[in-house]
Design a protein around this ligand. Structure first.
Ligand SMILES: [Fe+2]
Length: 222
């Protein structure tokens, strides 16, 4: 039978580092700064929504993910690890999705809403007929999500095409490379748009960061 010391030495280095760090030294996930001021997306997305969304909602996913990862590092059995999967998925997805969402938006006076001619515009026109037709379809598909979730313009690496897809809850987009994501949780719009999802989904196009979207598309399509 192995002694405790021998067992420790026999574990792969990466696992040992992870377990050792779980005591507190492991670097934790942190809330990223917004790349613009809280009121910079007005009048399309109100300052109070942005503050709550970033400081409270996104922070809660970061806190939840750190807690779930710390608990995971202390688990002793597959059953304990399986039990933590929902928390990892929900909080990890929430952190990934919101980190992408902030970068996915830009103030209207700093390029937000402006899609210039280039590879992304051409690919959208090829897949959807026109940029307006794409926006209409993406808004309608996102509005039709039952409950909370995300609408995505994603790049399908299998077909090499742009496609509109949705994910429920905070599930991150795994089947496609995310190009644009729209948060359709009520916390993203309710304070300003109440129950009228269509108005939020119409307004958000004025602050979509198309430059960021094009970078993601170019990278994905390489
Ligand atoms: Fe959100």
């Amino acid at each position: 039978m192995l002694t405790t010391a021998t067992r420790t030495l026999a574990r792969p280095a990466a696992i040992r580092r992870f377990a050792l760090a779980a005591g507190g030294a492991r670097s934790q996930h942190t809330l990223p700064d917004l790349p613009y001021a809280y009121n910079a997306l007005e009048p399309y997305i109100a300052e109070d929504i942005m503050k709550l969304h970033h400081q409270k909602h996104h922070q809660a996913y970061v806190t939840g993910l750190n807690a779930a990862e710390e608990a995971y590092a202390k688990t002793q059995s597959p059953k304990e690890r399986i039990k933590l999967q929902p928390a990892l998925k929900f909080n990890g997805g929430g952190h990934i999705n919101h980190t992408l969402f902030w970068k996915n938006l830009a103030p209207a006076n700093a390029g937000g809403g402006q899609l210039s001619s280039g590879p992304l515009k051409s690919a959208i026109e090829e897949s959807f007929g026109s940029v307006d037709a794409f926006k209409k379809k993406m808004s309608a598909t996102t509005a039709a999500i039952q409950g909370s979730g995300w609408g995505w313009l994603g790049y399908n690496p299998e077909t090499k095409k742009l496609e509109i897809v949705t994910t429920p809850n905070q599930d991150p987009l795994l089947s496609h490379v995310p190009i644009i994501g729209i948060d359709i949780w009520e916390h993203a719009f309710y304070l300003q748009y109440k129950n009228v999802k269509a108005d939020y989904l119409s307004a958000i196009w004025n602050v979509i960061n198309w430059k960021e979207a094009e970078q993601r598309f170019t990278e994905a399509a390489k």
